[in-house]
Ligand binder design. Sequence first.
Ligand code: NAP
Length: 295
Amino acid sequence: MPARLIDGTAIGDRLRAELQAEIRALRERGITPGLAAVLVGDNPASATYVRMKGKACEDAGLYHETIRLPRDTSETELLALVDRLNADPKIHGILVQLPLPTQIHTQRVLQRVAPCKDVDGFHPENVGKVFVGDPTGFRPATPYGVQQLLVRSDIDTTGRHAVIVGRSTVVGRPMAALLLQDGPGGNATVTVCHSRTRDIKSVTRQADILIVAMGKPEFVTGDMIKPGAAVIDVGTNRVQDPTTKTGYRLVGDVKFAEAQQVAGAITPVPGGVGPMTITMLLCNTVQAARQCRTA
Ligand code: NAP
Protein backbone atom coordinates (compact mmCIF):
# COMPACT_ATOMS: atom_id res chain seq x y z
CA MET A 1 0.00 0.00 0.00
CA PRO A 2 1.48 3.42 -0.89
CA ALA A 3 2.44 5.68 2.00
CA ARG A 4 0.00 8.12 3.54
CA LEU A 5 0.64 11.65 2.22
CA ILE A 6 1.51 14.30 4.79
CA ASP A 7 -0.16 17.41 3.40
CA GLY A 8 1.87 20.46 4.48
CA THR A 9 -0.46 22.86 2.71
CA ALA A 10 -3.52 21.67 4.65
CA ILE A 11 -1.68 21.48 7.99
CA GLY A 12 -0.14 24.92 7.39
CA ASP A 13 -3.59 26.37 6.58
CA ARG A 14 -5.01 24.96 9.82
CA LEU A 15 -2.15 26.41 11.84
CA ARG A 16 -2.58 29.83 10.22
CA ALA A 17 -6.31 29.75 11.00
CA GLU A 18 -5.49 28.95 14.66
CA LEU A 19 -3.01 31.83 14.74
CA GLN A 20 -5.77 34.28 13.81
CA ALA A 21 -7.20 34.29 17.35
CA GLU A 22 -3.87 35.45 18.77
CA ILE A 23 -3.37 38.04 16.01
CA ARG A 24 -6.86 39.44 16.75
CA ALA A 25 -6.14 39.56 20.50
CA LEU A 26 -2.90 41.45 19.90
CA ARG A 27 -4.59 43.88 17.50
CA GLU A 28 -7.29 44.59 20.09
CA ARG A 29 -4.47 45.76 22.34
CA GLY A 30 -3.14 48.00 19.56
CA ILE A 31 -0.35 45.67 18.46
CA THR A 32 -0.10 44.51 14.86
CA PRO A 33 2.73 41.98 14.55
CA GLY A 34 5.19 43.31 11.98
CA LEU A 35 7.81 41.55 9.89
CA ALA A 36 10.60 43.16 7.87
CA ALA A 37 12.27 41.11 5.15
CA VAL A 38 15.60 42.27 3.76
CA LEU A 39 16.64 41.11 0.31
CA VAL A 40 20.11 41.98 -0.98
CA GLY A 41 20.68 41.40 -4.69
CA ASP A 42 18.49 39.75 -7.28
CA ASN A 43 18.78 35.99 -6.68
CA PRO A 44 15.50 34.79 -8.28
CA ALA A 45 14.85 32.02 -5.72
CA SER A 46 15.43 34.47 -2.83
CA ALA A 47 13.15 37.04 -4.47
CA THR A 48 10.41 34.40 -4.78
CA TYR A 49 10.77 33.35 -1.10
CA VAL A 50 10.61 36.97 0.07
CA ARG A 51 7.53 37.63 -2.08
CA MET A 52 5.81 34.53 -0.68
CA LYS A 53 6.61 35.57 2.89
CA GLY A 54 5.24 39.09 2.24
CA LYS A 55 2.03 37.68 0.77
CA ALA A 56 1.62 35.29 3.71
CA CYS A 57 1.92 38.25 6.11
CA GLU A 58 -0.68 40.22 4.15
CA ASP A 59 -3.10 37.28 4.08
CA ALA A 60 -2.68 36.80 7.83
CA GLY A 61 -3.21 40.50 8.62
CA LEU A 62 0.38 41.15 9.70
CA TYR A 63 2.24 44.37 8.96
CA HIS A 64 5.18 43.76 6.67
CA GLU A 65 7.93 45.63 4.86
CA THR A 66 10.25 44.26 2.21
CA ILE A 67 13.48 46.19 1.86
CA ARG A 68 15.34 45.48 -1.39
CA LEU A 69 18.98 46.51 -1.59
CA PRO A 70 21.29 46.36 -4.61
CA ARG A 71 23.76 43.51 -5.03
CA ASP A 72 26.75 45.76 -4.29
CA THR A 73 25.43 46.90 -0.89
CA SER A 74 28.26 47.10 1.64
CA GLU A 75 28.22 45.31 4.98
CA THR A 76 28.23 48.70 6.76
CA GLU A 77 25.08 49.76 4.89
CA LEU A 78 23.32 46.49 5.69
CA LEU A 79 24.28 46.68 9.38
CA ALA A 80 22.92 50.24 9.51
CA LEU A 81 19.61 49.00 8.08
CA VAL A 82 19.46 46.19 10.66
CA ASP A 83 20.10 48.77 13.43
CA ARG A 84 17.23 50.90 12.12
CA LEU A 85 14.86 47.90 12.04
CA ASN A 86 15.99 46.82 15.53
CA ALA A 87 14.83 50.23 16.78
CA ASP A 88 11.57 50.37 14.80
CA PRO A 89 8.55 49.67 17.09
CA LYS A 90 6.34 48.62 14.14
CA ILE A 91 8.74 45.75 13.40
CA HIS A 92 8.70 42.70 15.71
CA GLY A 93 10.51 40.28 13.41
CA ILE A 94 13.45 40.78 11.06
CA LEU A 95 14.58 38.31 8.48
CA VAL A 96 17.62 38.76 6.31
CA GLN A 97 17.19 36.51 3.29
CA LEU A 98 20.18 34.25 2.67
CA PRO A 99 22.47 33.83 0.83
CA LEU A 100 24.05 37.28 1.07
CA PRO A 101 26.53 38.56 -1.54
CA THR A 102 30.13 37.57 -0.83
CA GLN A 103 31.31 41.05 0.29
CA ILE A 104 29.04 40.71 3.34
CA HIS A 105 29.96 38.58 6.35
CA THR A 106 26.74 36.63 6.96
CA GLN A 107 27.36 35.81 10.64
CA ARG A 108 28.13 39.45 11.50
CA VAL A 109 24.78 40.48 10.01
CA LEU A 110 22.78 37.68 11.64
CA GLN A 111 24.35 38.50 15.01
CA ARG A 112 23.39 42.16 14.65
CA VAL A 113 19.66 41.35 14.54
CA ALA A 114 18.23 41.96 18.03
CA PRO A 115 17.61 38.49 19.56
CA CYS A 116 14.04 39.50 20.46
CA LYS A 117 13.35 40.18 16.74
CA ASP A 118 15.32 37.25 15.35
CA VAL A 119 12.33 35.29 14.01
CA ASP A 120 14.63 33.11 11.87
CA GLY A 121 16.26 31.83 15.07
CA PHE A 122 19.81 32.25 13.74
CA HIS A 123 21.23 34.51 16.49
CA PRO A 124 23.44 32.56 18.93
CA GLU A 125 21.15 33.58 21.81
CA ASN A 126 18.20 31.84 20.15
CA VAL A 127 20.33 28.89 19.03
CA GLY A 128 21.26 28.42 22.70
CA LYS A 129 17.69 28.83 23.95
CA VAL A 130 16.42 26.25 21.46
CA PHE A 131 19.18 23.89 22.48
CA VAL A 132 18.28 24.07 26.17
CA GLY A 133 14.53 24.01 25.45
CA ASP A 134 13.73 27.60 26.53
CA PRO A 135 10.35 28.32 24.87
CA THR A 136 11.08 32.06 24.56
CA GLY A 137 13.74 31.21 21.95
CA PHE A 138 12.80 31.33 18.28
CA ARG A 139 12.86 27.93 16.62
CA PRO A 140 14.15 28.10 13.03
CA ALA A 141 11.07 27.94 10.82
CA THR A 142 11.90 24.85 8.75
CA PRO A 143 12.68 22.36 11.54
CA TYR A 144 9.88 23.88 13.63
CA GLY A 145 7.57 23.22 10.68
CA VAL A 146 8.81 19.63 10.35
CA GLN A 147 8.12 19.06 14.05
CA GLN A 148 4.60 20.44 13.64
CA LEU A 149 4.02 18.20 10.61
CA LEU A 150 4.94 15.18 12.73
CA VAL A 151 2.81 16.22 15.71
CA ARG A 152 -0.21 17.13 13.62
CA SER A 153 0.03 13.94 11.54
CA ASP A 154 -0.02 11.85 14.74
CA ILE A 155 3.47 10.54 14.12
CA ASP A 156 4.74 9.80 17.60
CA THR A 157 8.40 10.71 18.08
CA THR A 158 8.74 9.43 21.66
CA GLY A 159 11.35 6.70 21.88
CA ARG A 160 11.50 6.41 18.09
CA HIS A 161 14.73 6.55 16.12
CA ALA A 162 14.84 9.76 14.08
CA VAL A 163 17.61 9.96 11.48
CA ILE A 164 18.37 13.38 10.01
CA VAL A 165 20.43 13.56 6.83
CA GLY A 166 22.15 16.97 6.73
CA ARG A 167 23.79 18.97 9.53
CA SER A 168 23.23 22.56 8.37
CA THR A 169 22.66 25.26 10.97
CA VAL A 170 19.39 26.13 9.20
CA VAL A 171 17.80 22.66 9.19
CA GLY A 172 19.73 19.58 10.39
CA ARG A 173 21.25 20.79 13.67
CA PRO A 174 18.20 22.67 15.03
CA MET A 175 16.05 19.72 13.89
CA ALA A 176 18.12 17.44 16.13
CA ALA A 177 17.72 19.86 19.07
CA LEU A 178 13.93 19.94 18.66
CA LEU A 179 13.58 16.17 18.39
CA LEU A 180 15.64 15.73 21.55
CA GLN A 181 13.46 18.03 23.65
CA ASP A 182 11.28 16.62 26.38
CA GLY A 183 7.77 17.31 25.05
CA PRO A 184 5.41 16.82 22.12
CA GLY A 185 7.37 16.19 18.92
CA GLY A 186 10.45 15.38 21.00
CA ASN A 187 11.90 12.56 23.11
CA ALA A 188 13.27 10.86 20.01
CA THR A 189 16.56 9.00 19.76
CA VAL A 190 18.40 11.13 17.20
CA THR A 191 21.14 10.36 14.69
CA VAL A 192 22.51 13.06 12.37
CA CYS A 193 24.23 12.06 9.10
CA HIS A 194 26.36 14.21 6.83
CA SER A 195 28.69 13.88 3.87
CA ARG A 196 31.33 12.05 5.93
CA THR A 197 28.91 9.45 7.31
CA ARG A 198 30.03 5.95 6.34
CA ASP A 199 27.55 3.53 4.77
CA ILE A 200 24.71 6.01 5.03
CA LYS A 201 22.16 3.48 3.78
CA SER A 202 22.74 1.26 6.82
CA VAL A 203 21.92 4.28 9.02
CA THR A 204 18.88 5.59 7.12
CA ARG A 205 17.40 2.08 7.08
CA GLN A 206 17.27 2.17 10.89
CA ALA A 207 15.07 5.26 10.91
CA ASP A 208 11.51 5.16 12.17
CA ILE A 209 11.44 8.81 11.13
CA LEU A 210 13.74 9.89 8.30
CA ILE A 211 14.24 13.62 7.75
CA VAL A 212 16.26 14.52 4.68
CA ALA A 213 17.79 18.00 4.18
CA MET A 214 20.72 17.62 1.80
CA GLY A 215 20.04 19.64 -1.33
CA LYS A 216 20.78 16.57 -3.49
CA PRO A 217 17.93 15.84 -5.91
CA GLU A 218 16.35 12.39 -5.34
CA PHE A 219 19.37 11.09 -3.40
CA VAL A 220 17.36 8.89 -1.04
CA THR A 221 16.05 5.83 -2.87
CA GLY A 222 13.45 3.30 -1.77
CA ASP A 223 16.05 0.78 -0.59
CA MET A 224 17.42 3.36 1.92
CA ILE A 225 14.10 3.46 3.79
CA LYS A 226 12.84 1.12 6.49
CA PRO A 227 9.39 -0.25 5.57
CA GLY A 228 6.68 1.80 7.29
CA ALA A 229 8.97 4.73 8.22
CA ALA A 230 7.77 8.34 8.16
CA VAL A 231 9.80 10.25 5.55
CA ILE A 232 10.05 14.03 5.66
CA ASP A 233 11.69 15.51 2.58
CA VAL A 234 13.01 19.01 3.22
CA GLY A 235 14.92 19.19 -0.09
CA THR A 236 13.79 21.71 -2.66
CA ASN A 237 15.75 21.33 -5.87
CA ARG A 238 15.11 22.77 -9.31
CA VAL A 239 15.85 20.22 -12.03
CA GLN A 240 15.66 20.94 -15.74
CA ASP A 241 12.47 19.78 -17.42
CA PRO A 242 11.86 21.02 -20.96
CA THR A 243 8.26 19.71 -20.83
CA THR A 244 7.27 22.42 -18.31
CA LYS A 245 6.53 26.07 -19.08
CA THR A 246 9.33 27.27 -16.80
CA GLY A 247 11.85 24.72 -18.12
CA TYR A 248 12.34 23.23 -14.65
CA ARG A 249 10.45 21.37 -11.95
CA LEU A 250 10.88 21.04 -8.21
CA VAL A 251 12.01 17.75 -6.70
CA GLY A 252 12.99 16.79 -3.19
CA ASP A 253 16.02 14.94 -1.86
CA VAL A 254 13.95 11.75 -1.85
CA LYS A 255 12.98 9.70 -4.92
CA PHE A 256 9.31 10.11 -4.23
CA ALA A 257 7.73 7.36 -6.38
CA GLU A 258 10.04 4.67 -4.95
CA ALA A 259 9.90 5.97 -1.39
CA GLN A 260 6.12 6.09 -1.41
CA GLN A 261 6.01 2.32 -1.99
CA VAL A 262 8.12 1.63 1.12
CA ALA A 263 7.33 4.39 3.64
CA GLY A 264 4.33 4.52 5.96
CA ALA A 265 3.92 8.29 5.55
CA ILE A 266 5.70 10.80 3.35
CA THR A 267 5.75 14.52 2.49
CA PRO A 268 5.48 15.54 -1.17
CA VAL A 269 7.65 18.21 -2.82
CA PRO A 270 6.16 20.72 -3.34
CA GLY A 271 3.35 20.81 -0.78
CA GLY A 272 5.12 19.25 2.21
CA VAL A 273 7.69 21.14 4.27
CA GLY A 274 7.70 24.34 2.15
CA PRO A 275 4.28 25.71 3.19
CA MET A 276 5.09 24.89 6.83
CA THR A 277 8.26 26.98 6.77
CA ILE A 278 6.33 30.12 5.88
CA THR A 279 3.61 29.31 8.40
CA MET A 280 6.13 28.92 11.22
CA LEU A 281 7.71 32.25 10.30
CA LEU A 282 4.30 33.83 10.88
CA CYS A 283 4.04 31.98 14.21
CA ASN A 284 7.47 33.28 15.22
CA THR A 285 6.53 36.85 14.28
CA VAL A 286 3.40 36.61 16.43
CA GLN A 287 5.53 35.12 19.25
CA ALA A 288 7.93 38.06 18.89
CA ALA A 289 5.06 40.57 19.13
CA ARG A 290 3.68 38.76 22.18
CA GLN A 291 7.04 38.61 23.94
CA CYS A 292 7.85 42.21 23.02
CA ARG A 293 4.64 43.34 24.75
CA THR A 294 5.51 41.56 27.96
CA ALA A 295 9.23 42.40 27.89
P1 NAP B 1 23.18 22.75 3.17
O1 NAP B 1 23.52 23.87 4.10
O2 NAP B 1 23.82 22.70 1.82
O3 NAP B 1 23.48 21.39 3.93
C1 NAP B 1 23.38 20.16 3.27
C2 NAP B 1 23.75 19.06 4.22
O4 NAP B 1 23.64 17.83 3.53
C3 NAP B 1 25.20 19.16 4.75
O5 NAP B 1 25.22 18.91 6.12
C4 NAP B 1 25.92 18.08 3.96
O6 NAP B 1 26.97 17.46 4.70
C5 NAP B 1 24.82 17.06 3.74
N1 NAP B 1 25.12 16.25 2.57
C6 NAP B 1 25.37 16.68 1.31
N2 NAP B 1 25.65 15.62 0.51
C7 NAP B 1 25.59 14.52 1.28
C8 NAP B 1 25.77 13.14 1.05
N3 NAP B 1 26.10 12.67 -0.16
N4 NAP B 1 25.61 12.28 2.08
C9 NAP B 1 25.28 12.73 3.32
N5 NAP B 1 25.08 14.04 3.60
C10 NAP B 1 25.24 14.92 2.60
O7 NAP B 1 21.60 22.69 2.90
P2 NAP B 1 20.34 23.17 3.78
O8 NAP B 1 20.30 24.66 3.83
O9 NAP B 1 20.25 22.39 5.02
O10 NAP B 1 19.18 22.71 2.78
C11 NAP B 1 19.02 21.36 2.41
C12 NAP B 1 17.89 21.26 1.41
O11 NAP B 1 16.68 21.70 2.02
C13 NAP B 1 18.05 22.14 0.16
O12 NAP B 1 17.45 21.48 -0.94
C14 NAP B 1 17.25 23.36 0.48
O13 NAP B 1 16.77 24.04 -0.67
C15 NAP B 1 16.11 22.76 1.25
N6 NAP B 1 15.44 23.69 2.17
C16 NAP B 1 14.10 23.74 2.08
C17 NAP B 1 13.40 24.54 2.94
C18 NAP B 1 11.91 24.56 2.85
O14 NAP B 1 11.30 25.44 3.40
N7 NAP B 1 11.30 23.61 2.18
C19 NAP B 1 14.07 25.32 3.88
C20 NAP B 1 15.46 25.22 3.98
C21 NAP B 1 16.15 24.39 3.11
P3 NAP B 1 28.34 18.25 5.12
O15 NAP B 1 27.92 19.15 6.24
O16 NAP B 1 29.25 17.18 5.54
O17 NAP B 1 28.76 19.00 3.89
